[in-house]
Design a protein around this ligand. Structure first.
Ligand code: NI
Length: 273
C-alpha cells in the first residue's frame, strides 16, 4: 500500500474538534503514515505539542505565524524554547513573511522571522517557512540568517528563481492543494522543473482542499490528491512520488528515529498515559 507523509497539517485547529479521531482514521486508510502539525501562535503551538504527545503518528512544530508577529516577545520566544523540549517537537514553524494579508506590520514580521530563525538555530531544529507575496525579502533573510540551517518553503507559491535559491541552500519545497487547481498552470510549470528529491507534499488542512473537494474542509487523507497531481506534473509514477516525498519529509524532520511500524502498531494508542 502507498505510504504518504502530510508534511503540514493543522489538526489542532477547532475545525477538527468534533471529529478529529475520524479524520485520523481516514488518514490511516488513505496511507498517510505520519503528519507534521505546525503551530501558528503560542496557543496552537501548545495544542500541537499536546496532540503529538497523544498520537504516535503526529509530530509538532512550534512557532508564531507572520499574521501574529505582533504577539512575539522575548517571553514568547522562551516559552517556544520550553515547548521544543518535547521529543515530539521536530521543527520551528510556521514562521515567515506574509505581505498579502499584512496582518502584522512588515517590520515586525521580519523581526519575528529573524528571531525565530535564531531560536531554531540554537535548538538545532529545522524550520517550516510560510511566504506569501514576500519572496524577495524572505530569501534575502534566509540567505543571510539561515546559512547551514535546514528547512522547507511550505505551500510553495514562488517562481523558479526562488525555488532554485531555496534548493541551493539545501532546503525543500512543499506543494499543497493549489497545485491541483485548474488555474495553477504557472505553479505546475515551476514545479515540473524541480527535482523530486527536494519536494514534499502537504495539505495545510483545514485550508486549501485539493480540486475534487475545493472549498470544503481539507484533511490529511486528501494529501493523496496532491501526490497524484505531483506525479502527473513530474511525469513520475505515484508510488515513486510517495516513496521519495515521504523519505524527504522523514529526513528533514528526523522522523526516522520514530519508526513508522511502531506508530502503526500504536496508532490509536497514546504516547503518554
Ligand atoms: Ni499552515
Amino acid at each position: 500500500m502507498l505510504k504518504l507523509v502530510d508534511s503540514h497539517a493543522h489538526l489542532d485547529f477547532p475545525q477538527f474538534d468534533a471529529d478529529r479521531d475520524a479524520v485520523l482514521g481516514r488518514a490511516r486508510e488513505a496511507g498517510v503514515v505520519q503528519v507534521v502539525n505546525p503551530g501558528a501562535d503560542l496557543k496552537s503551538s501548545r495544542r500541537a505539542v499536546a496532540l503529538a504527545e497523544r498520537h504516535a503518528e503526529i509530530f509538532a512544530a512550534v512557532g508564531v505565524h507572520p499574521h501574529d508577529a505582533l504577539t512575539l516577545t522575548d517571553e514568547t520566544l522562551s516559552t517556544l524554547a520550553q515547548l521544543a523540549d518535547s521529543p515530539y517537537v521536530v521543527a520551528i514553524g510556521e514562521i515567515g513573511l506574509d505581505y498579502y494579508r499584512d496582518l502584522s506590520p512588515r517590520e515586525q514580521q521580519r523581526w519575528a522571522f529573524i528571531q525565530q530563525l535564531a531560536l531554531a538555530r540554537s535548538l538545532e531544529l529545522p524550520v517550516i517557512v510560510h511566504v506569501r507575496d514576500a519572496h524577495e525579502d524572505a530569501m534575502r533573510i534566509l540567505e543571510r540568517e539561515a546559512t547551514g540551517m535546514r528547512g522547507v518553503l511550505h505551500c510553495f507559491s514562488g517562481d523558479l528563481d526562488v525555488a532554485r535559491r531555496a534548493i541551493a541552500l539545501g532546503w525543500y519545497i512543499s506543494v499543497a492543494g493549489p497545485l491541483t487547481y485548474p488555474n495553477a498552470k504557472r505553479l505546475r510549470g515551476v514545479v515540473s522543473q524541480l527535482p523530486l528529491e527536494r519536494l514534499l507534499v502537504e495539505t495545510d488542512c483545514p485550508y486549501l482542499s485539493p480540486q475534487p473537494r475545493r472549498g470544503k474542509r481539507n484533511e490529511p487523507a486528501h494529501v493523496r490528491w496532491v501526490a497524484e497531481q505531483l506525479a502527473e506534473t513530474l511525469g513520475v509514477p505515484l508510488d515513486r512520488v510517495a516513496e521519495i516525498t515521504s523519505g524527504n519529509t522523514r529526513e528533514l524532520f528526523s522522523l526516522s528515529s520514530f519508526s513508522e511500524e511502531a506508530s502503526e502498531a500504536n496508532r490509536s494508542g497514546s504516547r503518554v498515559s
